[in-house]
Design a protein around this ligand. Structure first.
Ligand code: MG
Length: 388
């Protein structure tokens, strides 16, 4: 393969269909904490395809931008009335940007692309100008009807998936030459109509199209099964200062002293926040909320904890459990444990049974023993998806 020319992917994400349920077109719908389109783009990148075009529907710019927030942004092309027109617009846009050697035309609804399929397609293009992944038909086939009509032999039939790979100039020519009224259901049909030989490679069950609500549910379960468990720890200390508002464990505890700090100084929530950040490898609380930044002066520490929870969710993960130990001589924690537990559970959107609050003293030893401040330590267990 010539190195100097590009391999480009064109992802068709222009549908407005919501057979999957809800008002949002399915390519922007979340599954495993991430929109389907973002999964599609990330899987292409993981398969080594960096040059990606996305054909979107009219008025979907904001949805697309939100869906791909945080990832290197692909080139966005306005699609057309039909899938064929969307592909045509995408191909013309690639041609206008300097053409390409090979294009992989893909559907956002088949987001979970294994890298091996890309490898098979690219090697097949060494012997043909078009290649598609196919899967066998395993179910019996018959004509539809309220009463089952005659059976259809499945012998010699395959299911054709995407991405479909073509020599760029040939598929662009085929699209430009397409003239019949009939709408093709994929690009292999356009290629074949132009006399391009399309060879087949082995497809993959991961490329099943997500269409209906139950497809999303199934995928959600499959992604959940691929989550890996991680644990993080957090520790924090704040000194007592004059005052009467003691924020601890997300609640106001009656006491004759406050804790000193830049925010509300809730040492327990700080330790918990660091435990969650630790579990996802996202640094520490000081990096996210620098004490030098005046906007966090007196801030409610609940914001920090919610931010950490948001980061877990943004990675498609979930928090399974947190365990907090508060270390001080006074105030007594016991009477407040249940309220803290409920408050932290609400902030983390967990059941209270997934939040543990413990308290201990240091037998009057050390700074906590002398009543100079409060220490807290925490452990968080989260599950995160393995990266594609
Ligand atoms: Mg702190």
């Amino acid at each position: 393969m010539e190195r100097e020319r590009r391999i480009v992917a064109l992802v068709v994400a222009a549908g407005s269909g919501s057979r999957a349920g809800g008002d949002t077109p399915k390519q922007y719908r979340g599954v495993g904490g991430k929109p389907l389109l973002a999964h599609a783009v990330d899987h292409l990148r993981a398969a080594g395809i960096e040059d990606i075009y996305v054909a979107i529907g009219e008025g979907q710019e904001a949805l697309c931008r939100a869906a791909l927030e945080g990832s290197a942004f692909p080139s966005v092309v306005l699609g057309g009335e039909t899938r064929r027109e969307s592909v045509r617009n995408g191909l013309e846009s690639i041609a206008a940007d300097g053409s390409a050697l090979v294009v992989l035309i893909h559907d956002a609804a088949r987001a979970f692309l294994p890298a091996e399929v890309v490898q098979r397609l690219l090697s097949a293009l060494e012997r043909a100008d078009g290649a598609v992944p196919v899967m066998p038909v395993v179910d019996s086939l018959a004509r539809a009807g309220a009463v089952l009509a005659e059976p259809v032999s499945r012998a010699g039939l395959v299911r054709v998936q995407t991405p479909q790979a073509f020599r760029f100039d040939r598929i662009l020519g085929a699209h430009r030459a397409w003239s019949t009224e009939a709408e093709p259901t994929d690009d292999a049909q356009v290629a074949q109509a132009a006399g391009i030989e399309v060879v087949t490679v082995e497809g993959d069950a991961m490329l099943e199209k997500l269409t209906h609500s139950q497809d999303f549910k199934r995928t959600e379960q499959r992604l959940a099964a691929r989550l890996v468990s991680r644990t993080g720890s957090g520790f924090d200390v704040h000194a007592f200062a004059a005052g009467e508002s003691l924020w601890l464990g997300g609640i106001l505890v009656p006491h004759d002293k406050s804790l000193s700090g830049h925010s509300d100084a809730d040492v327990a929530l700080h330790a918990l926040t660091d435990a969650i950040l630790g579990a996802i490898g996202a640094g520490d609380i000081g990096e996210h909320f620098p004490p030098s930044d005046p906007q966090w002066r007196g801030a409610a520490s609940s914001l920090f904890l919610e931010h950490a929870r948001g980061l877990v969710e943004a990675r498609g993960g979930r928090i399974d459990h947190v365990d907090l130990t508060i270390i001080c001589e006074a105030p007594k924690i016991g009477p407040h444990k249940q309220a803290m537990r409920e408050r932290i559970a609400a902030l983390l959107r967990l059941g209270p049974d997934k939040v543990s609050i413990k308290a201990t003293t240091t037998e009057r030893l050390g700074f906590a023993g002398r009543g100079e401040g409060i220490a807290a330590q925490a452990i968080a267990t989260v599950r995160l998806p393995e990266q594609p």
